[in-house]
Design a protein around this ligand. Structure first.
Ligand code: BES
Ligand code: MN
Ligand code: ZN
Length: 498
């Protein structure tokens, strides 16, 4: 697989060798540089376009090999459609689509001329989104492919992007590249096999953010026992691998301003526990730490771009296993908040982990807002499939800001309701609350459960069970793990908290 090893920016000029990509608008509208290249072809480009039916439609492509008179090995005309329809997310998708075409051509260097025809504006941000799309598209998880070195198609691609203002593009890329690195980190964490990435190893990965200036603190079993986190510890007790709670703090904002708190479900593997899951597809439960991965990825992005905000990330790391010491259906535990929880299904474990993580976060850090991310329910897949994460919130402003950030980042959210009537579904005669509702509205009753541990802090819960992994491949992701949530959280912080 061709990897993207380098992205650099240069001044606009007509490339005279190698592989080059130029943009074409609707009806084959070309910018000055593309026009210059085309003129060397003496009408060949127009003729080829006529034969191929290439009209510059959005994401259409025409690939000319060794076009005479240009000196190029390959000229790819990439369609961008009309100027009015172009959004930042289009540039991200273009970057992905162009990268895929370059991978097919097996070249080691390529120049993309990012210059629109007259009337098209390509901002530095659009250039950066293009580069981000290429970088995310190039991602592959092949750590455990021992034969890859023998594959002759294994190549590194160095991409040069020629733009009107390379300095501005470079600056914008500095920011976008940090975000892309965060997405890639989240993907790697979710893709890693569960034997390699247990709670301790995951916490070590969080610790690595210290290199970027993030303060990291890791609580072990002893500390959590002292804090009376019996809900989280109850899930962990069926595993021989001990739990961890990792706290990451980025202090880029004003000294005394309350932080944004991000909380993640980090179940490194979810067998269901004693309420064990069926065998088919259980391997996918290695991704049940997708919420924690998104939080670590978001912290990576925020620290990497030096965000002027105070952000903390808290992740509860456990493994849900069924051994002789595992918790049973019928057990009653007392969470850190003092709330007693009757466990009726040990497979509803994520909410137990988050109950203590949320309570600890709001009590200790008094955040301005608190957002948790969790691969929490299969029911959210029934409701929304792979294309939207479920949003729940006790706060209208926060919900609105998140929906706006979802639109801007291209990581979609759909809001679902919370109410007293749903909340009643998790009452039980035996304790303060039970950990499962009835058959219906499974994602909502899970969210109602979490709300009881948010303690009136403006809070939102994102159920990412359908979006964190297993979503269809697209222009910017060919990976099982999508890294969903990193761009969304980064956008929210950028737009509202710095
Ligand atoms: N981790 C699962 C949810 C999940 C399912 C994530 C599919 C991704 C894909 C969660 O811990 C779980 O098992 N939830 C149960 C809850 C039920 C027991 C109330 C579920 O969704 O079936
Ligand atoms: Mn479960
Ligand atoms: Zn789970």
């Amino acid at each position: 697989m061709t990897r993207l090893s380098k992205v650099s920016f240069s001044k606009l000029a007509a490339p005279g060798k190698g592989v080059s990509v130029v943009l074409a608008g609707t009806d084959l509208a070309l910018g000055p540089i593309a026009g210059e290249v085309a003129s060397k072809l003496e009408g060949g480009l127009e003729r080829a376009a006529g034969i191929a039916g290439f009209k510059g439609k959005k994401k259409s492509m025409m690939n000319l090999i060794a076009p005479g008179g240009t000196g190029l090995d390959r000229l790819i005309a990439f369609g961008i459609g009309g100027p009015d329809e172009l959004q930042l997310e289009d540039w991200r998708a273009f970057g992905g689509a162009v990268l895929a075409e370059l991978q097919k051509s097996k070249t080691e260097t390529a120049t993309v001329v990012l210059e629109g025809p007259a009337g098209y504006e390509i901002s530095a941000e659009a250039v950066a989104e293009f580069a981000m799309g290429a970088k995310l598209r190039a991602y592959v998880f092949d750590t455990y492919k021992s034969k890859k070195a023998e594959d002759e198609t294994e190549k590194d691609l160095s991409l040069t992007i020629a733009v009107a203002d390379p300095r501005a593009a470079k600056k914008a890329w500095g920011v976008a590249d940090a975000v892309a690195e965060g997405v890639i980190l989240a993907r790697d964490l979710v893709n890693e096999p569960p034997n390699v990435l247990g709670p301790v190893e995951f916490a070590d990965k969080a610790r690595e953010l210290e290199k970027l200036g993030v303060e990291v603190e890791i609580l072990g079993e002893k500390e959590m026992k002292k804090l009376k986190m019996a809900a989280l510890l109850g899930v962990a007790q069926g595993s021989t691998r001990p739990p961890r709670l990792a706290v990451m703090r980025w202090n880029g904002g004003k000294k005394n301003s309350a932080p944004v708190a991000l909380v993640g479900k980090g179940v490194v593997f979810d067998t269901g526990g004693i309420s064990i899951k069926p065998a088919a597809g259980m391997d996918e439960m290695k991704g049940d730490m997708g919420g924690a991965a998104a939080v670590v990825g978001a912290m990576r992005a925020i620290a990497g771009r030096n965000a002027k905000a105070n952000v903390i990330g808290v992740i509860g790391l456990v493994e849900n296993m069924p051994d002789g010491n595992a918790q049973r259906p019928g057990d009653i535990v007392t969470a850190m908040s003092g709330t007693t929880i009757e466990i009726l299904n040990t497979d509803a474990e994520g909410r137990l982990v988050l109950a203590d993580a949320l309570w600890y976060t709001q009590e200790k850090y008094k955040p301005a807002i608190m957002i948790d991310l969790a691969t929490l329910t299969g029911a959210v897949l029934v409701a929304l499939g792979n294309h939207n994460a479920g949003l729940f919130s006790n706060d209208e402003d926060l919900a609105g800001n998140l929906l706006a950030a979802a639109k801007a980042s291209g990581e979609p959210l759909w809001r679902l309701p919370l109410s007293k009537d749903y909340d009643k579904l998790i009452d039980t005669p035996n304790a303060d609350v039970k950990n499962v509702g009835g058959r219906w509205a499974g994602s909502i009753t899970a969210a109602q459960f979490l709300q009881r541990f948010a303690n009136d802090v403006p809070w939102a819960h994102l159920d990412i069970a359908g979006t964190a992994f297993g979503a269809p491949k697209d222009d910017i992701s060919q990976s099982w793990a999508s890294g969903y949530g990193v761009r969304l959280l980064n956008q929210l912080v950028a737009d509202h908290y710095e």
